[in-house]
Design a protein around this ligand. Structure first.
Ligand code: V55
Ligand code: FE
Length: 498
């Protein structure tokens, strides 16, 4: 494995683990709601080999697909395996890292030229009975949801032209159609963005390309009932910098942001670019929705700069965590009117990992959840993840379809505890808001951690978890997760869905 650099990206909670294993029949404490039956898939970056460059960071880690499964007998199973990417296989064959800096192929071992260098480490996407491990720099890898075997790189049966598919997709709750995009669609530092739609049957129905105002890290997007919204924030790429061995991304604090809006099922030539403030960045959007007047609201976890130090600092931006401000922020535009500046309103706390029920996607919605920092904590948060500070409070917001949403519930953590991103599990009981399933980490010593899966009543956060499972092994911080109900897994096993 070699020695990992002793930087915050490779120590403590971020210490590489890299162990593939499967544990069955783990005891569940508390009361597991019968509705929480299925698989919580998680994407975990975990470098199998020490990086070629000591300033490497979390986002380069090899993708591991992990699954927490809740069984009918009231127990849980845990499993984790590497995604067998071409890159991981090439590095295993050599017994060392062969690929260099994050998203910079000019820093790879020369004989790796042309080898797919994506690490498939960001979101396990489930659609039409397929499980895809995604990363925004390449095409996804398809995974068998039962065995966690890697089935290979996936290109929608040869139809996808884009070289990339991002880790953030949106599914229309009525049609079941999947909408996704890929930026740098035809190569490094390109402004080409591919926008694609996949039918509920899994067939690629359309792929159109457009140009972004500049080449940006377009991490997430969203759809409303009638519109597709592509935010562009000023974290930018330059080919010459990469050729010189530099970073893929620099954040440009003085450059404006943009919101591209187009008819969701229309033509990319009709995209309009609304102007946002300078220097801001957002990784994740909660939702987009249209009000009775047809105005379009875009609800995002916005910050005054890029949250990642390894994207700010190479650009000369040295900021302390408290110098970065932000909050859940709404940009409102009239998509039928002329393009102009967005109208901005702060509607919630700073934080990230916004969550809505799948049925609320693109619709006026009442409720959302997100992670934030416990304002009553004394001392630093648990160090870990790409930002090096883990969230320790889960909040619920209501009135999302009004001008002033409110935090109505919260579940702050005790010192030493922190959250990974929860997933929402719908309830069949009318009036019940469903469940949130999340991994939590507990620091019990300088380099000692315990890990649990928690099931929380989404309508009663304050009660704390209704069920917990200790996962008796070391876990590295997860990026994103996806919930798949047991009935959908059984359908695939029975061959009902391709
Ligand atoms: C993110 C994560 C990535 C990445 C780009 O969390 C952005 C944001 C785990 O990889 O490549
Ligand atoms: Fe993300």
């Amino acid at each position: 494995m070699g020695d990992f650099p002793p930087t915050p990206y490779f120590i403590g909670l971020n210490a590489p683990v890299g162990t593939e294993l499967a544990l069955e029949g783990l005891p569940v404490e508390g009361t597991l709601p019968p509705e929480v039956r299925g698989a919580f898939f998680r994407a975990v970056p975990d470098p199998a080999f020490a990086p070629k460059f000591a300033d490497d960071h979390t986002l380069s880690g090899d993708g591991m697909i992990s699954r927490v499964r809740f069984n009918a007998d009231g127990t849980a199973d845990y499993a984790i395996r590497f995604v067998e990417t071409a890159r991981h296989q090439a590095e295993k064959a050599a017994g060392r890292a062969r690929f260099g800096r994050y998203r910079n192929p000019f820093t790879d071992d020369p004989d790796m030229a042309g080898v797919d260098r994506t690490v498939a480490n960001t979101t396990p996407v489930w659609h039409a009975g397929r499980l895809l491990m995604t990363k925004e720099d390449g095409r996804p890898y398809r995974i068998d949801p039962h065995t966690l075997d890697t089935l290979g790189s996936f290109d929608f049966d040869g139809l996808l032209k884009s070289e990339t598919m991002t880790a953030h997709v949106r599914i229309d709750p009525d049609s079941g159609d999947l909408y996704f995009y890929g930026y740098e669609a035809d190569g490094l530092a390109s402004t080409k963005v591919a926008y694609a739609r996949v039918g509920a049957d899994g067939a690629l129905k359309s792929e159109q390309w457009f140009d972004a105002p500049y080449c940006a890290m377009m991490h997430d997007f969203t759809i409303s009932r009638n519109w597709a919204l592509f935010p562009v924030y000023p974290t930018t790429a330059e080919l010459e910098r990469m050729k010189a061995g530099g970073e893929h991304w620099h954040h440009e604090q003085g450059l404006e942001s943009w919101l591209g809006v187009m008819p969701r099922d229309g033509d990319v030539k009709d995209i309009k670019w609304f102007q946002g403030p300078k220097g801001v960045y957002c990784y994740h959007m909660m939702n987009a929705w249209e009000d009775a007047e047809g105005l379009l609201h875009f609800d995002q976890c916005l910050s005054s700069s890029n949250a990642f130090a390894f994207i700010r600092e190479p650009a000369g931006l040295f900021l302390q965590p408290w110098e970065i401000t932000g909050g859940l922020t709404r940009w409102t535009v009239d998509p039928r009117g002329p393009a102009g500046p967005v109208t901005e309103t702060v509607i919630g706390p700073p934080g990230d990992f916004p969550i809505i029920p799948a049925k609320s996607q693109g619709r006026p919605y009442k409720t959302g959840w997100m992670l934030t920092m416990n304002p009553d904590r004394r001392g630093p948060p648990v160090m870990g993840g790409p930002v090096l500070g883990m969230f320790d409070m889960l909040v619920r917001l209501d009135g999302m379809d009004t001008a002033s949403p409110q935090i109505t519930q919260a579940l702050p953590m005790e010192p030493g505890w922190c959250y990974n991103e929860p997933v929402h599990v719908a309830s069949a009981t009318p009036g019940h808001d469903g469940w949130l399933v999340t991994m939590v980490d507990h620091q019990i010593g300088e380099d000692a951690f315990e890990h649990f899966a928690w099931v929380i009543d989404a309508g009663n956060l304050g009660a704390g978890p209704v069920a917990t499972v200790q996962i008796p092994t070391r876990l590295r911080p997860q990026v994103h997760g996806w919930w798949v109900p047991q009935a959908q897994l059984d359908a695939v096993r029975a061959g009902v869905t391709a």
